[in-house]
Design a protein around this ligand. Sequence first.
Ligand code: PLP
Length: 394
Amino acid sequence: MKLNTNYSNVSDSYLFSTIAKKVAAYQAANPGKKVLRLGIGDVTLPLAPAVISAMHAAVDEMASAATFRGYGPEQGYGFLKDAIAAYYLERGVKLDSEEIFISDGAKSDLGNILDIFSQDNTVLIPDPVYPVYVDTNVMAGRKIVYMNATAENGFLPMPDYSVDADIIYLCSPNNPTGAAYTVAQLEEWVKYALEKDAVILYDAAYECFIEGNSAARSIYLVKGAEKCAIEFCSFSKMAGFTGTRCGWTVVPAQLVSGGLSAHKMWLRRQTTKFNGVPYIVQRGAAAVFTPEGRAQTAENLNYYKQNAKIIAEGLKQLGITFFGGESSPYIWMQCPHGMTSWQFFDYLLENAQVVGTPGAGFGVNGEGFFRLTAFGSRQTTQEAVERIKALLGK
Ligand code: PLP
């Protein structure tokens, strides 16, 4: 046998595993010190009561032969796909529920979608960004071209027609910078993709953090996107499903290339390699869209948004330049005193026992930046901000 040698080209460990190891080593050496984590983008609030009671009811259904469910449809139950289609319709996006595929989260689908694309595609990826896009393509041996997201372009790179690309990743609101594209900016991307016969893989995992119409909540708000874009979304941040696992991917029926239908291929792929998300979890996810579920999850999102404001206010007081925090749960701050992002990581851990994420872990343009998340508890957030202020305000 021969192993996939492309794996030699990805770094040994995933960014967050490296951070976890460093923090564990610090804690082992300093057992008396309380470490505050504003690093990994995991939520801390429990699932909403509406979700919990829907899941309890689904568990009860599993206890009786008359209502028991075995294998479900690989692409998700109709009740959940219909609820998601209605969620899009509220924003004026009309999707057929058959175009929505339920998954165990956006991360799996972002990796798995590559199955339907030929290896000789050139991939265009913003830098910095969620590391999964780069790593999954490196594992597959694809050629990657990067586009710079910097303070100068507001961390929102726009199409460059001198660059040829076949698969374009856009993450909006962006992890880690928090920058989010407007509909007008996405129109430029759709135009570029249609002209280049490229596909846009649009990661909308943080769309729920967008306030009003300040940015686009779906790429399908742009006419023509149904011919060139696949959208990924998740219940993880929207409703605290990071551990429960549920997301969705929209593969429009009109997305075709060379006489092949991406939609049919994805359906074929999923029915072959995936057996669906647990019924209990899908019932919980559907409850997110009920009036109670909507109100309860909005309350949780507001809690995180308030945390973002607390972090932003602390940095403002220190006179530190930062981005994000408005349409996103991430604050993207410049490292003080010209430190590199890993130097600042160590400095903050050792002197304030606060954990964040070094910007360099998201790409070369992330060097010199640091990501703080608003997903902590209120107490952790407040305490961490006080510690940062005490350390950097000296
Ligand atoms: N996309 C982005 C941009 C993310 O930051 C994350 C998780 O942090 C995901 C996708 C993964 O989401 P899920 O929990 O649905 O796999």
